[in-house]
Write a protein that binds this ligand. Structure first.
Ligand SMILES: [Zn+2]
Ligand SMILES: [Zn+2]
Length: 409
């Protein structure tokens, strides 16, 4: 056999991972498999590839090889020399990947169970405050009758006669280059190495069964729509004693009647009438906890203005810190007016600066010396509705707005 470097044989680097080496081996082995490759040196190459893989896929052999070269791995020190079984064990793997059959050794190796997913729909408050939820899960578990062995309890499990218990059979194939052994999963026991005379009535010999379980899920406070909760080990049980997969609870959150959510802030739209927005008002705002909180709306509040009530939002799902309640002013212009409302608004309209509506810069220039034109004009003209009240201009102005407010609300 040629004394080429094992790494070179597989076309990998010395620092490549086991996985990279395995992938390189599969590719090379398929390329040089004598059944597929009719080049005269294919068989020799194929053996070399297998030999290289035997060493490099075993971490201790690989370490020896790295330190001492071939002398380190061929000069004894191993339990046993390369034998056909080992060499072709890798080969069996290739066929598994080709034909998708559960192959010899692998079918007996413990496999991790698959993950499960389940959707849960929560009310807005439940997501904000957290809740315990009982859910129904259909999952694969170890058969409770046979405890996974697959036999009817009390009946024997025999060593497979076809494969002698190792789960694989060797087939010898003749080709022009000589004989080739191929390892395949034992057809009699499907690789289990044993046969059952009386299969378990609960699982028909599979050792696993599907069961419906009630599982309690702790939904943490602050969870958001689209997040998922992982329940480790609550998925399907693994084959051949492998660990179970996880159960993932996908959370869907129903919208709230009055609140919206922006991460951990609550959003609330507060309707204000013209007078309230202009004069200012103290309003009660609902909170998610249920108790109203009061909010001072200053005079001159514009439509869309934001007011932040700290700490009245939603608890952060991780750090527990609470977001804010953000209140947006929705200044509503009345669509219908009673005759008294109309009169009041007409009066108000007359009191406004006639330059209103001009470009702001122009207006600023004109009224540069006047602090509040509306105020001043009202002062000068007087207020017919307020004749019998004091002469204080601010009271007069308020009188109009207050009466508008009274009729509007
Ligand atoms: Zn069973
Ligand atoms: Zn068998």
């Amino acid at each position: 056999m040629a004394q080429t470097d094992y790494y070179e044989v597989l076309g990998v680097n010395r620092q490549d991972s086991e996985e990279e080496i395995r992938r390189a081996f599969r590719k090379k082995a398929m390329e040089y498999h004598p059944d597929r490759n009719k080049e005269p040196d294919a068989e020799e190459k194929f053996k070399e590839i297998n030999e290289a893989y035997q060493v490099l896929s075993d971490s201790s052999k690989r370490a020896q090889y790295d330190r001492f070269g071939r002398a380190g791995v061929n000069g004894g020190g191993f339990d046993r020399p390369f034998d056909g079984f080992d060499v072709f064990g890798g080969f069996g793997d290739i066929f598994d990947s080709f034909f998708g059959e559960a192959g010899g050794r692998r079918s007996r190796a413990p496999q991790r169970g698959s993950d499960l997913q389940q959707r849960v729909t929560l009310e807005f408050e439940d997501a904000a405050f957290g809740i315990e939820r009982e859910i129904d899960v259909s999952r694969v578990e170890i058969c409770h009758q046979c405890s996974g062995a697959g036999n009817e309890p009390g009946t024997p499990i025999n060593t497979c006669e076809t494969c002698g218990g190792n789960g694989q059979v060797r087939r010898t194939q003749r080709s022009v280059f000589g004989q080739f052994a191929q390892v395949a999963t034992c057809p009699a026991c499907q690789g289990k190495g044993s046969t059952i005379e009386n299969p378990c009535g609960g699982c028909r010999g599979a050792g696993m069964e599907r069961r419906n379980r009630k599982t309690v899920v702790n939904i943490p406070a602050g969870i958001q729509d689209g997040m998922q909760v992982r329940l480790t080990g609550e998925g399907n049980v693994g084959a051949n004693g492998g660990p179970p997969g996880n159960l993932y609870i996908q959370v869907e959150v129903r919208p709230h009647r009055v609140f919206e959510r922006d991460d951990y802030d609550l959003l609330y739209v507060l309707p204000l009438n013209l007078a309230e927005a202009a004069l200012g008002v103290e309003k009660l705002v609902p909170t998610l906890e249920g108790e109203d909180t009061s909010l001072k709306i200053p005079g001159g509040t514009q439509h869309g203005s934001e007011f932040r009530i700290r700490g009245k939002g939603i608890k952060h799902v991780q750090n527990g810190r609470k977001g804010d309640l953000r209140v947006y002013a929705d200044v509503q212009v009345p669509k219908k007016l009673s005759s008294s409302q109309r009169k009041l608004l007409e009066e108000l309209a007359r009191s406004f600066d006639p330059s209103f509506g001009q470009h702001e810069a122009e207006r600023d220039q004109e009224s540069a010396s006047v602090e509040d034109p509306a105020h001043q004009r009202l002062d000068a003209e007087g207020d017919p509705w307020d004749e019998d009240e004091t002469g204080d201009s601010s009271v007069k102005e308020k009188g109009i707005f207050d009466r508008i407010k009274d009729v509007l609300s």
